[in-house]
Design a protein around this ligand. Sequence first.
Ligand code: FES
Length: 114
Amino acid sequence: MAETPTNPGPDWIPLCRLDAIGIGRARYVEAANRPLCVVRLGENDAAVFDDACPHAGGPLSGGHVEDGCLVCPLHQWPFRLADGVCADTTAFRVRKYPSRVRDGTVEMAMPDVK
Ligand code: FES
């Protein structure tokens, strides 16, 4: 009888300690050859986005959380934490990566190389 292959799931990349970020604040990190923005959402929760704002390339890691959105520091466009879509101009979206917090470290799933 043939064995059923198991899906090993994604490879996880450690990004930073969660407690190095204030709740509602963001931090810049580089991983998987890309600039990233790690946002601390709560005591044990985080989200990971591309750092470059899709409007004009502003550093989202310099932004802040407000009303469920990450607000860009350059022109204050709000990107929804849930999916990265701009709440004001839905044609714009910042890429959000699968992430988790494990033993106090924020990790992201290795993105597809495309
Ligand atoms: S560069 Fe982010 S809102 Fe303009």
